[in-house]
Design a protein around this ligand. Structure first.
Ligand code: NAG
Ligand code: NAG
Ligand code: NAG
Length: 377
């Protein structure tokens, strides 16, 4: 049926003589490759490959129990947003940069994201005496360096690179969430952290600029999630003050913080668009896409709600820092598909799928994504 509609549109377009202006390529796939930068929201194995000392449980079940049925290094029970995007564009799952072997075909893209990664360089955290909390030193600028190092094996001449990158989608993030997490978990308060938002946003837009200089013309920059609805923030920010919670049971102040970050990021991207009119920069509204199911959990099949983690070691939100998912004293729920929160910090495959759907099918991306040949079902 979808194919029928697709061909119908193609025929109508040809009939109207508009097809050529709609797309110069006759391939129904708008992209040949995806390059991804970020943190645990999109890491498909780099952190695990580099040792995962700060988070060894990522290398064993129940991580990966859904779909893959073994731990892959993804911080979820199954697939991530980036996996669903790859599927939607008919591309293979992105190989983690640190796992690439000599001679491996990387023409369909590479994933540079590392769980725990920050938009700031590690020095920022060491100067503030919270460096010891960092899971990884592979910050956004390290990931960009990896890309630059790999580029000669993707394309050589400017002409070849231009043609290849025209059909490559670059994801810059989600990144920046950890820059706040480390400071919040170290006891930082919102007033202190508000001051760092413009700097985090600058690090993200700077990285986006670097990729544009390297030849990227199709970019996606996601914002932050409604962190006030995540089990870890609900646990550390727990209060008897009912006024602190919204109608969905989320902490208003943390959500307002995430929205502030997103507003700043959106205006940063607006500036980049004006400076680079030849480039398409999509803002991916992870906040709005997640808020949709947080507002109406049952409609999306989250019959166990969206605030309690599926996998954890007790407490009102099933997040217990002394017994986090995968550790002794924790336990995974029997059906992750009826939860949106996986381990207190990260979301379930089911939740990521709804977010990916909200990006590809709309309305949570500005401007919209190029239409994909495959529907996310
Ligand atoms: C990051 O770098 C610092 C300084 O070189 C080092 O002490 C620390 O062990 C590194 N952290 C990780 C997680 O690799
Ligand atoms: C946040 O921390 C700063 C510095 O420690 C302190 O001066 C301020 O009162 C705190 N604000 C709140 C709202 O707790
Ligand atoms: C959190 O985990 C620790 C260690 O397993 C356990 O002793 C404690 O009772 C747990 N707390 C809650 C609220 O379940």
């Amino acid at each position: 049926m979808d194919y029928f509609i697709f061909f119908l549109i193609v025929f109508i377009s040809i009939f109207l003589g508009k097809w050529v202006s709609v797309s110069v390529s006759t391939s129904p796939h708008p992209y040949d490759a995806i390059f991804n930068f970020g943190d645990s929201i999109s890491d498909t194995g780099n952190f695990l490959h580099s040792g995962a000392l700060a988070f060894p449980v990522i290398g064993k079940l129940p991580y990966g129990e859904t779909f893959f049925q073994h731990a892959t290094g993804r911080c979820s029970d199954g697939r991530l947003i980036i996996d669903f995007i790859a599927e939607a564009y008919g591309l293979p799952y992105l190989p983690p940069y640190l796992e690439i072997t000599k001679g491996q075909n990387i023409q369909h893209g590479v994933n540079f994201a590392v769980a725990g990664a920050t938009a700031f360089d590690p020095e920022f955290f060491y100067q503030r005496k919270v460096g010891a909390l960092l899971w990884t030193n592979d910050s956004l600028s390290v990931q960009l360096d990896w890309f630059k190092k790999l580029k000669p094996s993707l394309c050589t001449t400017k002409q070849e690179c231009d043609r290849y990158f025209k059909r490559s989608l670059f994801f810059v993030g989600e990144i920046g969430g950890n820059d706040y997490n480390y400071n919040f978990f170290a006891g930082g308060n919102i007033t202190q952290l508000i001051a760092t938002v413009p700097l985090v946003v600058e690090a993200i837009t700077k990285a986006t600029s670097v990729l544009i200089e390297e030849g990227a013309v199709e970019l996606v920059v996601p914002g932050n999630f409604p962190i006030g609805c995540s089990a870890v923030y609900l646990t550390i920010g727990q209060t008897f003050n009912k006024e602190a919670y919204d109608n969905n049971g989320c902490l208003k102040a943390f959500n307002a913080f995430a929205e502030y970050h997103n507003r700043q990021l959106k205006s940063g991207l607006e500036f980049l668009r004006k400076k680079n009119p030849h480039v398409n920069i999509i803002y991916a509204d992870y906040y709005g896409a997640a808020k949709r199911f947080i507002h109406a959990p049952k409609h999306y099949g989250f019959t166990s709600g969206t605030l309690r983690a599926c996998c954890g070691g007790g407490g009102p939100y099933n997040f217990n820092n002394s017994a986090r998912c995968g550790h002794t004293g924790s336990k995974a729920c029997s059906n992750p598909a009826i939860y949106s929160n996986w381990d207190g910090i990260h979301l379930t495959e089911a939740a990521y799928k709804y977010i990916a759907k909200g990006l590809i099918n709309g309305p949570f991306s500005t401007p919209p994504f190029k239409s994909s040949p495959f529907k996310i079902i």
